[in-house]
Structures are given as C-alpha cells and as structure tokens.
Design a protein around this ligand. Structure first.
Ligand SMILES: Cc1cc2nc3c(=O)[nH]c(=O)nc-3n(C[C@H](O)[C@H](O)[C@H](O)COP(=O)(O)O)c2cc1C
Length: 223
C-alpha cells in the first residue's frame, strides 16, 4: 500500500529484555525504523520503562499499580497497536514481561483489549526464540489483543545484523519489511472496520460481580 495515503496508524514498539546491548532491543529498533518508513507513527520504549515489582495483590491493594505498569498503560491507550521483540527464556517469555502484563491487566478499562499486536523474537539459537512467542500470544490474546498470525523469529541473531542495523540477509530483511507493512495495513483496516467485540470478558459466562472484578462494565456487545 502507498504509505502516503495511509490514515494515521500509531504503534508502540519495545524490546522485552532489560539488558544493555539486547538483540531484541536491536530488532525492536529495526522494526520501529521499518514501521516509520511504511507510514506508521512510532512510539519507541524499552522494557526498563515498564519494569515492575512481582505482582502481589496485597501490594496492589495497599500501594496501587506500580509506575512501570502505569507507563505501559499510558502508552497503550495512545496507540492502535504494539510490536514486542521478546527474548525466549526456557521456551517461554521472560518473567519480567509476563509480570508487567499481569500488572497492566489490572487496569479498567483493560488497555490491551482490542489492540493489534505483532510479535518478534531474536535469539542466538537456530529457532530464533519462536517457541517463546507462542507462550506470549496466550496472555495477550486472553486479554483481547488481536495478535498478527505471522511471528518473526530472528535465528542466530548475534550474526544477523549488518553495520546499518538491518538484517544482513537481504531476503529475510525484505520479508521482515513486507510482514510489517501487512501488519500496518491490518491495523489501518481495523480502524476503518472495527470488530464488533468491544467488551472484554475474561471467562465466558462471567457477569459483573464484585468477587471476580474481571468483567469490564461497558456497553453490551457480541462476546
Ligand atoms: C535464563 C535464560 C534462558 C534462555 N532460554 C532460551 C531458550 O529457551 N531459547 C533460546 O532460543 N534462547 C534462550 N536463551 C538465550 C537468549 O535467547 C539470549 O540470551 C538472548 O541474547 C536474550 O535476548 P537479548 O539479547 O534481547 O537480551 C536463554 C537465556 C537465558 C538467560
């Protein structure tokens, strides 16, 4: 699609590693560059912006939701979608990312609901961290994110980037750019044709109840 004709698409892009020199942060930077080139407005962040103490309901009730989760919430409500480049730890997502997702899930309205999501991973392994992305899909989709079907896993990431920060394998770089453009097209389409399902119900069959507090009050919609 001609990016000049695009309606505004706002994306949050971050890597989910805390360490300096993270390969996933490099991949997030590349994704942010490509998304900008394809016409999106990009908000860049790092996992350190969103770091939270371990989720504890006693802490939530006494001290409220921590600043890291508040920061992610505030960014999410200002965008149409988000792109995460996440490390794979032991065939799953990093605990720090799941922990922040758990804290963010406590806001009402719950800000992940209805957002478009694109998942990426970078790893020195041959599988590129793809298994961890399947684990990451689960809480995101549970929370109502519309997760893009293709996920990008950069294998042997320690050798994958060139000096310009692009993927040295030009075919892989082209494929990466194409899928990001398709993702942005989908985000744009979702703004023109919003899905009927707006209300987030964590467990089908639940109704608003003080005990569960998991159902958002809102207009009735197809669920
Ligand atoms: C605790 C731990 C578990 C890991 N488990 C996996 C794994 O299951 N699969 C994999 O591909 N890499 C695994 N790795 C290697 C990471 O992919 C590698 O450290 C990578 O550089 C982390 O991403 P980052 O560079 O963005 O920090 C693991 C690393 C650590 C520290």
């Amino acid at each position: 699609m001609d990016s000049e004709k695009r309606c505004s698409v706002r994306l949050l892009v971050f890597g989910a590693s805390l360490r300096q020199g993270s390969m996933n942060d490099r991949l997030a930077s590349l994704a942010a560059t490509v998304a900008s080139e394809k016409g999106a407005t990009v908000e860049r962040a790092t996992m350190t912006d969103f770091e939270c103490p371990p989720y504890d309901m006693d802490v939530e009730l006494s001290a409220g939701i921590p600043a890291g989760a508040q920061a992610l919430h505030d960014k999410l409500i200002s965008v149409d979608g988000f792109m995460i480049a996440s490390p794979e730890y032991n065939a799953s997502m990093p605990g720090v990312l799941k922990n922040t997702i758990d804290w963010v899930s406590r806001f009402r309205p719950q800000p992940i609901n209805g957002k478009q999501a694109y998942l990426m991973a970078a790893s020195p392994s041959m599988t590129g961290g793809k298994v961890g992305l399947w684990a990451l899909r689960q809480p995101l989709e549970h929370l109502g994110a519309r997760t893009y079907p293709d996920m990008f896993a950069l294998a042997q990431a320690h050798h994958a980037f060139n000096d310009a920060g692009r993927i040295a394998d030009t075919k892989l770089q082209s494929w990466f750019e194409m899928t990001i453009e398709c993702f942005i097209d989908l985000v744009e389409a979702s703004k023109h044709y919003p899905h009927l399902k707006k209300q987030w119900v964590e467990f089908l069959g639940e109704r608003p109840d003080e005990e569960t507090t998991r159902v958002e009050a809102g207009e009735t919609a197809a669920v």
